[in-house]
Ligand binder design. Structure first.
Ligand code: SF4
Length: 354
C-alpha cells in the first residue's frame, strides 16, 4: 500500500484529523435537529455503532437551541452543517459545536465570512469546506462544461481560499460526487495541491446494497493510495448502516481493525463440510466481539490448511477428519462432524486468553 499522504493536523473536539492519526468515521443524523431528544438518541445509536464524529444540519435558531443537549448526549465531536447564514454559523460556534461544515461561497460577503472565521478561530473550531456534484455553482458548471473533476477540485480549493483570505487555515476539505471516477480524480487533484486533511465520500451513494459497493470502490481506491483522513459513507436510510459500512471498508483496506474477520472459502466439488453453515455459526458467535481476531473456515485440505494457518484460528475440513488450527499450528485432528464445535470451543478459549 502507498504511504499515507502527509497532511496537517486539525483538532476536532478531542480528536485530531490528519497527520498520522487514525482515519475517522463520520456520519450524519437524519432526524430534525430542532428535535433535541430524537437527534440525541440517534447520536447515541451512531456512537454505539462506532461513529466517531457526527454531523447535524443546522437550519434555524431552533436547531441552534438544541445543540448543547445534542452535544452533551453525543459523546463524540459534533459538526454543524450550515448553508447561507453567517448568523447561524456564529451561533452554532457559540453553542459549543466542535466543527463547522460550510461553503464560504454561499455565506455571502467577505465581511460575513470573516465574522464566521473569527468566531471559529476564537473558539478553536475547525471548518470543513467542500463541494459536491449536486451543488456546484453555475459559473463553475459553465467554465468547465459540467460537474467535472477539475470543476469540483477548483471549486473546493476556491472555498478554502476564501477562508485563507479571511485569515483562517484550520480547514478540512471534501470533494464529493456520485460518480466514483470523477470523485476519485477530483480528490487526487486537491490532494496534490494542498496539505489539508481530506474528508472522503461518494455522495448520495444510494441504498445500502449498491451504495455500499460504490462507497467501497470510491473510498477504497483513495485509501489504498494513502489519501483520506476521515470518511463518510452516504446511504439512504438509517445512518447506523453508514457507520457499519465505513468500519467494514476501513478494516477491509487494512487501515483499522474493529471486529473479528471470518474468512471462508466459496466451496467447490472438493468441499467436505458445510462451510457456509459453519461460517455463519462462527460469525454469529463473534458478532458482539469488538476486537481483532481472524478465523478461517475452509472446506478441504487443499487450500484449507494454508489459510487456516495464517489466521488466528481456523479449520480445514476433510472427508472423515478435519484439522483445527491455532496461530499457525495444528491444535487438534477431530472427526468432521465435531469440527464446528471444536472451533467454537477454541474461540471461547481465545477470548479467555486474550
Ligand atoms: Fe474448494 Fe478447498 Fe478451496 Fe474450499 S478451500 S473452495 S473446498 S478447494
Amino acid at each position: 500500500m502507498t504511504e499515507r499522504r502527509k497532511t496537517r493536523e486539525v483538532r476536532v473536539g478531542d480528536l485530531v484529523l490528519g497527520g498520522a492519526h487514525p482515519i475517522r468515521i463520520q456520519s450524519m443524523t437524519n432526524t430534525d435537529t430542532a428535535d433535541a431528544e430524537a437527534t440525541a438518541a440517534q447520536c447515541r445509536a451512531l456512537k454505539e455503532a462506532g461513529c466517531e464524529i457526527v454531523r447535524v444540519s443546522v437550519y434555524s435558531d431552533g436547531c441552534v437551541k438544541a445543540l448543547p443537549a445534542i452535544r452533551a448526549a453525543a459523546g463524540m465531536p459534533v459538526v454543524a452543517d450550515i448553508h447561507f447564514s453567517a448568523d447561524l454559523a456564529v451561533k452554532a460556534i457559540e453553542a459549543g459545536v466542535d466543527k463547522l461544515r460550510i461553503n464560504p461561497g454561499n455565506i455571502g460577503s467577505a465581511d460575513r465570512v470573516r465574522r464566521v472565521a473569527d468566531a471559529a478561530k476564537a473558539h478553536g473550531v475547525p471548518i470543513r469546506v467542500g463541494v459536491n456534484s449536486g451543488s456546484l455553482d453555475r459559473e463553475m458548471l459553465r467554465r468547465f462544461g459540467g460537474p467535472t473533476a477539475s470543476a469540483l477540485a477548483e471549486s473546493a480549493l476556491q472555498e478554502a481560499k476564501i477562508l485563507e483570505d479571511a485569515g483562517f487555515s484550520d480547514i478540512v476539505v471534501a470533494v464529493k460526487s456520485t460518480n466514483v471516477p470523477v470523485m476519485t480524480e477530483a480528490v487526487c487533484i486537491v490532494a496534490e495541491k494542498t496539505d489539508y486533511p481530506l474528508h472522503l465520500g461518494v455522495t448520495e451513494a444510494g441504498t445500502a446494497g449498491y451504495g455500499t459497493v460504490k462507497s467501497a470502490v470510491g473510498l477504497g481506491g483513495l485509501l489504498m493510495a494513502g489519501i483520506g483522513d476521515t470518511v463518510r459513507v452516504s446511504l439512504s436510510g438509517d445512518p447506523v448502516q453508514e457507520v457499519t459500512a465505513a468500519r467494514e471498508i476501513l478494516q477491509a483496506a487494512g487501515l483499522r481493525r474493529f471486529f473479528p474477520e471470518v474468512i471462508s472459502c466459496p466451496t467447490c466439488g472438493r468441499t467436505h463440510v458445510p462451510v457456509e453453515e459453519m461460517a455463519r455459526a462462527v460469525q454469529e458467535k463473534v458478532k458482539d466481539v469488538r476486537r481483532p481476531l481472524t478465523i478461517a473456515v475452509m472446506g478441504c485440505v487443499v487450500n484449507g490448511p494454508g489459510e487456516a494457518r495464517e489466521a488466528d484460528l481456523g479449520i480445514a475440513g476433510g472427508a472423515e477428519y478435519g484439522l483445527v488450527f491455532k496461530k499457525g499450528g495444528i491444535l487438534k485432528k477431530v472427526p468432521s462432524d465435531r469440527l464446528l464445535d471444536e472451533l467454537l470451543l477454541a474461540v471461547d478459549e481465545w477470548m479467555e486468553e486474550t
